[in-house]
Design a protein around this ligand. Structure first.
Ligand SMILES: [Zn+2]
Length: 392
């Protein structure tokens, strides 16, 4: 079969996947798109099965069996998307315009899933059996709690390397930081604004805490650097407190996004805030605050752990070689990218994992989410070469 055949195929498959909404406001979310992928793989002759994650929400695991003499490779991609919110065009149109395929999830990351499946089929249809297995894990829930890939790892899947196909613009990531969302709740005491000395102002107390964090913790984080992911960082993402101008604010909450490095962990991260809270409590007996992990970001058992870089692993070397040959220069290593399911595969699955996929991160979650059609056809070739070299 010709390369053109696969080019048409991957574009059509991406369009079909984009046309099936699979975000959190859809009943049973990814169930329909999973069924489509399952049927597509089955009729194409891949071994395929479901993993029931929650109710009708299922991962699809498809396999191209090798001879059992080579290394096994996981292709991981998530099949949920963020909601359309206010997109500039019909989010599920999957139209092609000016060389781009448009729609929610085309870039993040149904295009990559289509490339992975098409690469597996291109190898299968050549009639060559590789030494190792290629295993597609089309996972649910990455945009929420990553319950899909958490389930994949807990199912005991084994492989010698994995690719997570998040958009990387012909570059790759060997590491990224872990992610934790924290909320600090500060309690005050309400009083009339004309006699504020009778109350305790939670907003003022929050301001004190913020200053202390900026002075004491942030400089420390800056000093913690990782070659593959940059510094440890935090961000005050939301503050909310009080009821109206003429009442002393009796409560205030601060929400924090914290990106941590290998060597740091969630307990340690929380303790650093707790120590500052305790310090202020010791000097100000009116200061009351507690810190909690935000439920909206909590995984079942795992944490949003870092992707641990293993530059000497076979998968890292293979990706480097294939991309270098393809782009004809040193491929770009992304050092400060956001969190992906690669953190789960690498930290808990102990599988050396690299992030590379079609598209550009700037279009993920965007009002104009789109992906260059040429990236789709190129990534079929890139994934095919990676698999052929890695699993040979
Ligand atoms: Zn994504």
């Amino acid at each position: 079969m010709s390369e053109e055949f696969y080019a048409n195929d991957v574009v059509k498959l991406t369009q079909d996947l984009v046309k099936i909404p699979s975000h959190k406001f859809i009943e049973n979310r990814e169930s329909e798109v999973a069924e489509f992928i399952y049927n597509y793989c089955k009729k194409s002759g891949l071994e395929v099965e479901y993993q029931q994650v929650e109710g009708l929400r299922r991962n699809v695991i498809a396999k191209l069996k090798g001879k059992g003499t080579g290394k096994n490779l996981i292709f991981n991609g998530h099949i949920d998307t963020v909601p359309p919110y206010e997109m500039e065009f019909d989010p599920f149109c999957a139209e092609i315009k000016d060389g781009y395929l448009l729609g929610r999830g085309c870039n993040d990351m149904k295009g990559a899933v289509a490339c992975m499946i098409t690469a597996m089929l291109s190898i299968k249809n050549k009639g060559i059996q590789l030494g190792g297995d290629i295993i597609l894990t089309a996972a649910v829930g990455e945009e929420e709690k990553s319950d899909g890939t958490e389930f994949v790892v807990k199912s005991g899947i084994r492989a010698d390397g994995a690719i997570v196909g998040e958009p990387a613009n012909y570059g790759y990531a060997l590491g990224h930081r872990g992610l934790e969302w924290l909320e600090i709740r500060i309690e005050g005491k309400i009083a009339h604004g004309g006699i504020p000395e009778l109350g305790i102002n939670a907003i003022s107390k929050a301001a004190k805490l913020i200053r202390r964090i900026e002075e004491q913790l942030m400089p420390k984080l800056k000093e913690r650097q990782n070659e593959w992911m940059g510094p440890s960082v935090m961000n005050f993402g939301l503050i909310k407190g009080g009821t109206q101008p003429s009442s002393v604010a009796d409560s205030c909450i601060i929400q924090i996004d914290r990106r941590y490095l290998p060597g740091e962990n969630v307990e340690g991260v929380i303790k650093e805030y707790q120590d500052i809270i305790d310090e202020i409590k010791a000097e100000d007996k009116e200061f009351k605050a507690e810190i909690i992990r935000m439920d909206s970001n909590l995984m079942d058992e795992f944490d949003h752990a870092p992707l641990i870089a293993q530059p000497d692993s076979d998968i890292a070397k293979t990706v480097y070689n294939v991309l270098k040959e393809f782009v004809n220069k040193e491929p770009n290593i992304e050092k400060r990218r956001g969190w992906t399911d690669a953190g789960v595969l690498s930290t808990y699955g102990k599988i050396p994992t690299v992030v590379t996929g079609p598209g550009d991160l700037k279009y993920s979650h965007a009002k104009n989410e789109k992906i260059p059609v040429v990236d789709l056809t190129n990534y079929v070739e890139i994934y095919t070469k990676i698999a052929e070299e890695f699993c040979k």
